[in-house]
Design a protein around this ligand. Structure first.
Ligand code: AP5
Length: 274
């Protein structure tokens, strides 16, 4: 889907503050016609809104900016679902795990500081992760909304996020710990485009080869069983309390993460609808 355009922007001044949270429509036609031409036919925007978002079940979700957190233990499927939701909602998928891994590959100072924690299955210190995420959230594409995957992970991170942005929804994916272990230890990732597969439940078309870019798939260093178990324990101790933090704020949606990827995706959309 192309970038959304606020109806008020089409009709009134381009910087109407109401547009920040206002009604939005997909910006297909303005690419061909000038904004003046579109303003001359105001009903076009409303007609387009209902036509271009065909599913009445999810229409209201995609028609407004969405700042969403995906909570859940390692292997719950946050990354898998975040990719689908980001496409649906037309907002960036911001994974702190991916951002950190890119820093490790590039051997930046942050990457060097983070690596030993990641390999051990423990958390990277709050100050480093908060600074990195704050910088990412200030980028232009995140102004229209975002899906945060893997952040916040501690109370300190959640409080820092409160100062950085409002949050609309928090989806908590939960799953039996032994299923988490099976999912993580069977994961295969593309080191080039970061696509995620599972050797049994979500395999690539050609064994060991990324469907999207053709690179050879690898196993993440922290997906060895002993490290996965430490990550799950770290999650229970440090991140699980955030569930209550967001529940008290009325933002939490618990979603059972067992079943097919598409089934869980539909459960998340259903949870966001209420
Ligand atoms: P990060 O990369 O964020 O790892 P994680 O949170 O542990 O989550 P995972 O990526 O392991 O799992 P996921 O829930 O995204 O599952 P996925 O969709 O891939 O963080 C790594 C490390 O970075 C941390 O340990 C920490 O050191 C550091 N870090 C990151 N953020 C930090 C922060 N904020 N603060 C401090 N440190 C931080 O799915 C898993 C597998 O299951 C895949 O193979 C997938 O194909 C498969 N799968 C998914 N859904 C299904 C399904 N429904 N059925 C069957 N298989 C499925």
């Amino acid at each position: 889907m192309r970038n959304p355009v606020c109806i008020k922007q089409l009709r009134n001044s381009p910087y109407d503050p109401m547009c920040a949270r206002g009604l939005q429509v997909p910006a297909g036609r303005p690419a061909k016609n000038s904004v003046q031409q579109v303003r001359a036919q105001p009903n076009w925007a409303l007609r387009t809104l209902w036509r271009k978002v065909p599913n009445p079940f999810t229409r209201h979700i995609v028609s407004r900016p969405m700042r969403l957190i995906l909570l859940g233990p390692p292997g719950a499927g946050k990354g898998t679902q975040a990719v689908k939701l980001a496409e649906k909602l037309n907002v960036p998928h911001i994974s702190t795990g991916d951002l950190l891994r890119r820093n490790v590959v590039k051997k930046t100072k942050l990457g060097q500081q983070a690596q030993r924690h990641m390999v051990a299955g423990t958390l990277v210190p709050d100050d480093l992760v908060i600074e990195m995420t704050a910088k990412r959230l200030k980028e232009k594409d995140a102004r229209k909304g975002f899906i945060l995957d893997g952040f916040p992970r501690t109370l300190a991170q959640a409080k820092a996020l409160d100062d950085l942005s409002d949050i609309d929804e928090v989806v908590n994916l939960f799953l039996d710990p032994e299923d988490l272990v099976k999912r993580s230890t069977g994961r295969a990732v593309c080191p080039n485009c970061e696509a995620v597969y599972h050797v049994l439940t979500n395999p690539p078309k050609r064994k060991g080869v990324c469907d999207k870019c053709g690179s050879a798939l690898i196993q993440r260093e922290d997906d060895k069983e002993e490290v996965v178990r430490i990550r799950i324990k770290t999650y229970e101790e440090r991140t699980e309390p955030l569930r209550m933090y967001y529940k008290e704020r009325g933002l939490l949606r618990d979603v059972y993460a067992s079943g097919h990827i598409e089934e869980i995706y539909q459960r998340i959309l259903e949870a966001l609808r209420h």
